[in-house]
Design a protein around this ligand. Structure first.
Ligand SMILES: CC(C)(COP(=O)(O)OP(=O)(O)OC[C@H]1O[C@@H](n2cnc3c(N)ncnc32)[C@H](O)[C@@H]1OP(=O)(O)O)[C@@H](O)C(=O)NCCC(=O)NCCS
Ligand SMILES: CC(=O)OC[C@H](N)C(=O)O
Length: 314
């Protein structure tokens, strides 16, 4: 457990670190870990008060509270650190990365194992609370601000309050700080429900038309555009609960005989709903009379709140 190893860990895990002197002098997370090693060894030798006093002084200096009874592995790195609380019976494996405001807290009032066990290579985002004697499996990632109250399988990413599994096996492409790439499990479920609802509506409409013997009147191109816009009003963005036309995401509809192009902008380039939108739009437009092919293009343009500006091309 060398000081050199700790310093190397900071360089590996914090791109903001510039020099060894800076790391030694300006990283409270490192100071807290160093003091904890002394206070933990005092705790194990039953010098409970001294151990506690030392950890208290460290807390005053670093803003990080690590109970001397907590067991920490090698190369654990607490970045920034203020507001971090690690409880008495917490166990933290090797190479764990902890950001500011993280709580490894207990949920019991009895003097038992009541804090979490964090296995190696776990990343815990800022402000996350991991509560109770649960285990966070090796290599798991915990989204910032999550409240984890159930065990987390190895390699999974969990997000939310209470935290739910968003990715059973986080791909390597999602880095330690890429919180914008973490999927939203709630949003996924809502989009699946909307998709199912929309399919049922289409089936119901088709059934109704078949029963009433109603046939659509052949339309001119302009009418067809209007029809497509009105169909696209059924495509809801589950993150805001508004349809994509109202939201100003549909920039242009180009009708060329039986071929239709829908040009779309997104509110964010990292929009998790891209595939959902494309599938919904394709299905809706194909349901229009005379449409045989649909292309959905995502434009490289910023989204703006211009709800009434729709553009129709022929
Ligand atoms: C809120 C709390 C007191 C609930 O404890 P409990 O009465 O034992 O409740 P349970 O664990 O049976 O959970 C009941 C429900 O609340 C949910 N829940 C529990 N804690 C939650 C939390 N912090 N946030 C959101 N939901 C929570 C559970 O998911 C469960 O929902 P479900 O019935 O749909 O599955 C406890 O979980 C908690 O947060 N304690 C605070 C501990 C703490 O802050 N320690 C740090 C000290 S530094
Ligand atoms: C950090 C934490 O869980 O605090 C709660 C309580 N002091 C305990 O040790 O359980």
């Amino acid at each position: 457990m060398g000081i050199r190893e700790d310093i190397r860990t900071v360089f590996k895990k914090d791109p903001a670190a510039r020099s060894t002197l800076e790391v030694i002098c300006c990283y409270p997370g490192l100071h807290a870990i160093w003091v904890h090693r002394i206070s933990h060894s005092l705790w194990e030798r039953h010098f409970y008060f001294l151990a506690r006093l030392l950890s208290h002084v460290s807390r005053m200096l670093t803003g990080i509270e690590i109970h001397p009874g907590a067991k920490l592995g090698r190369r654990v790195f607490i970045d920034h650190g203020s507001g971090v609380v690690i409880g008495e019976t917490a166990e933290v494996g090797d190479d764990v990365l902890i950001y500011m405001g993280v709580v490894l807290g207990g949920t019991a009032l009895e003097r038992v194992k009541r804090h979490p066990t964090i296995e190696s290579d776990v990343v815990i985002g800022s402000g996350a609370a991991v509560l109770g004697p649960i285990t966070v499996g090796r290599g798991a990632k915990i989204g910032a601000g999550s409240v984890v109250i159930r065990p987390v399988p190895a390699g999974a990413t969990v997000v939310g309050v209470p935290a739910r599994v968003a990715e059973p096996h986080t791909p390597d492409s999602v880095g330690q700080l890429d919180h914008d790439k973490l999927p939203d499990p709630g949003l996924i479920v809502i989009s699946q429900i909307l998709d199912r609802l929309s399919r049922l509506e289409d089936q119901f409409k088709a059934h109704e038309e078949a029963v009433s013997g109603h046939e659509e009147i052949p339309q001119g191109t302009a009418l067809k555009d209007e029809k497509i816009y009105s169909l696209l009003k059924d495509v809801i963005d589950p993150s805001v609960g508004m349809d994509i036309v109202e939201l100003g995401l549909v920039k242009e509809i180009i009708v060329d005989g039986p071929n239709v192009e829908v040009n779309l902008v997104l509110t964010t380039t990292a929009c998790p709903m891209i595939e959902y939108f494309k599938e919904q739009i394709r299905r809706k437009v194909l349901s229009a009379e005379g449409v045989e092919k649909v292309n959905v293009n995502i434009l490289d343009e910023p989204w703006s709140w211009d709800r009434n500006k729709k553009k129709v091309g022929h």
